[in-house]
Design a protein around this ligand. Structure first.
Ligand code: SF4
Length: 471
């Protein structure tokens, strides 16, 4: 059971999102702004394509030798004083973390933005124990106040206007309904400062982990990650196994690609590398049934990410560095926003990851919700072949839903039959001209046509015109 998974409801959720003009306006404006900044930042870097290729190669190499680099990372991290806990699925992970929190006395918790903790439903698991983890990234905090999951990987409240945020603060915190952006930020800063001062446990994600040194890197712009990881006595860093790179020097390429792709910045404001705990900060004891003896990884049986590693095409999805660039250029995401995807990962990378991590039966509609225009692949800093993976998953989704008449596969099958000989093709054109107005309203294509603007077939085909002119 995956917490918060609603990807089966994609049709309903996307229809509702399409009816929300304010949300569509907010997302369009924000993604236009980020795309503009990204374009300008990339244009100033002549070696951009070379960097993308290097990043792709580093990630592909690491994923192909993942067991080796994982063990190396654990060995070096433990030598530096870090305690590594293995988890084979979300339940394992949340049990380990809630166990560590219990051992630390269930004290106040602050959290830095982390997609993997969203993925495992960590806040929900902590709240079920009566704990109150406080998100400290501004956008993530706004979403927590609203009781909503993030709707973008790096801009969690991208779908909200300033007026909506001011109303939310007024309802939840008693501030003025017409508070300015500066006033809203000052309110958040005041409240979060106190949360940092009170916190005993800090939970973060990990942007990159380095096998050769056992270090991990965190990137941020607001300074909240530094406070989350340095003020509380216990720091828990949660990472997926795909976050590894082999060498410290590999980080250079990602430090240049990620901020440019994500926000159009040359560098992220704060870059923190952790190699072992700070002097005087002890490590928590090892726990967790997922961990094998001697720091070995848990059995691959239930581990979705490890299942992906075996397939070369699908493995490429694990190259993702969570920059959000594919969302900003996706014509589907830009219209429906993130919540319609029904889980934590929206946009093209969500349409690729959710069916693989949650199972195709849980998310059959997602791989089909793509124009396959390729803008996502072009914008991806690590060159993931997103349209190709989407097509592959789309085939699997088609098989899973048994190709009902009126479905995408049914239509394509009929089209392929007509295209097989010139004679059939000519008949298809004639039928299309005659049946177009009726076919849009009746028959097996009605559902398909309802959601699309179809070009009207020409009154006379090119072939007919060519024949006439050649006489
Ligand atoms: S798939 Fe590529 S563009 Fe999309 S979030 Fe991941 S790294 Fe960024």
């Amino acid at each position: 059971m995956i917490h918060g998974l609603k990807a089966r409801e994609f049709d309903r959720l996307s229809r509702e999102a399409l009816g929300d003009d304010i949300q569509r306006g907010a997302i369009g404006k924000a993604t236009d702004l980020i795309r503009g900044r990204r374009g300008a930042a990339v244009a100033r870097l002549p070696e951009w394509e070379e960097l993308r290729e290097r990043a792709r190669a580093v990630k592909a190499h690491t994923l192909a030798r993942l067991d080796h680099y994982l063990l190396q990372f654990v060995e070096r991290a433990e030598a530096a004083g870090v305690v590594v806990h293995w988890a084979s699925d979300a339940t394992d992970a949340t049990e380990i973390i809630t166990g560590l929190v219990a051992e630390a006395g269930e004290r106040p918790i602050v959290k830095a933005k982390s997609m993997v903790t969203e993925e495992i439903g960590l806040n929900h698991a902590l709240e079920a124990r009566g704990l109150r983890p406080v998100e400290t990234d501004l956008g993530e905090w706004i979403q927590q106040l609203a009781g909503e999951p993030p709707s973008h990987i790096i801009v969690p409240a991208i779908h909200k206007t300033q007026a909506q945020i001011a109303r939310l603060f007024a309802e939840q915190l008693g501030s003025a309904e017409d508070a300015s952006a500066e006033e809203l930020t000052a309110i958040a800063r005041r409240i979060l400062r106190q949360e940092f001062a009170d916190a005993a446990i800090g939970i973060s994600g990990v942007n990159f982990a380095v096998a050769e040194t056992g270090s991990f890197l965190l990137l941020e712009n607001e300074g909240n990650i530094r406070l989350t990881t340095s003020l509380p006595r216990l720091h828990l860093a949660v990472m997926g196994i795909e976050k590894l790179v082999p060498r410290l020097s590999d980080l250079e390429v990602f430090l240049r690609l990620l901020p440019r792709s994500g926000t159009g910045q040359h560098l992220t404001s704060y870059q923190s590398i952790f190699t072992g705990p700070a002097p005087g900060r002890g490590a928590a004891p090892r726990r967790g049934r997922g961990g094998g003896p001697g720091g070995a990884p848990p059995p691959a049986r239930r581990h979705r990410r490890r299942a992906l590693v075996g397939d070369e095409l699908r493995r490429s999805s694990l190259q993702c560095i969570r920059c959000g660039a594919c969302l900003n250029v996706c014509p589907v995401y830009r219209q429906i926003g993130g919540h319609a995807y029904g889980w934590v990962y929206p946009g093209p990378i969500g349409a690729v990851l959710t069916p693989q991590l949650a199972g195709i039966h849980e998310a059959k509609a997602l791989p089909l919700a793509s124009s396959l225009g390729g803008a996502c692949e072009e914008g991806c800093p690590v060159k993931i072949a997103l349209p190709e993976v989407l097509r592959d998953l789309g085939r699997e989704a088609g098989e899973a839903q048994g190709e009902a008449p009126g479905g995408e596969g049914f239509g394509c099958g009929r089209w392929a039959w007509f295209m097989r000989t010139p004679r059939r093709y000519r008949w298809a054109l004639r039928l299309a001209r005659l049946g177009f107005p009726l076919g849009k309203r009746l028959g097996p294509f009605r559902r398909w046509a309802e959601q699309r603007e179809l070009p009207r077939p020409a009154a006379r085909s090119f072939r007919d015109q060519w024949k006439e002119r050649s006489r």
